[in-house]
Design a protein around this ligand. Sequence first.
Ligand code: CTP
Ligand code: CA
Length: 225
Amino acid sequence: IYASDNPKLLSGKNVLITAGGTIEDIDPVRYISNRSTGKMGYALADVAVKQGANVTLISANCHLQVPENINFIKVKTSDELKNSILTKLPKNDVLIMAAAVSDFKPVHVAKQKIKKSDDSNELVLHLQKTDDILKLVADQKKANQVIIGFAAETNDVKRNAKLKLEKKHLDFIVLNDVSNQKIGFGSDDNQVTIMNKNGILKQTGIESKEKIAKTIINVIKQQLD
Ligand code: CTP
Ligand code: CA
């Protein structure tokens, strides 16, 4: 028996991945959400399981084929996503937070459909901030856990990503420049910059989300060593 030249990168590791965009109800027929389709998170789950990880994928409003041999959890709201992560995190070595979490939710969800009024041309929705899940996670993080966040930015992209990395106490941040229409939301391709507190670790070209996922998993592997 020979040792493999190419052992699986994440054998025996427990990896928690979030994907998709959360939904916050306004009333029985309307909601607030975002353009995330979950492709990046699903690609990460696919690569991680093929690299031997025990993968839990928490999926918010995705309409994609679920990768085989993973633990699959479906959620809707940012609160459901938060609770699911906080339950699962203690048993995981890695959290990859690819989900696009709604930053605001209605203060009250109307039980009945909100009707138009003849008296006004405006509707004011009263929104409140959702919990910042990565900030909550930072407080519970164990020394050997690796936490990866994503940053969707349109301007001052590297500076904003660095600020997020520091504010959320992340090990890595994967920066997406969403001002480029050809990549990012819904696209099969992406282009990312992976940063840690010391600066830029990796800058990819425009590549398939599968290839980007492999690059991200490689960076995680090195951190776990
Ligand atoms: N995130 C989170 N909880 C939230 C909002 C975002 O955990 N309530 C996570 C996202 O999953 C992502 C990272 O934080 O991994 C950065 O998300 P992003 O939307 O880019 O940043 P925000 O901190 O929400 O700041 P803003 O949207 O104002 O740029
Ligand atoms: Ca946000």
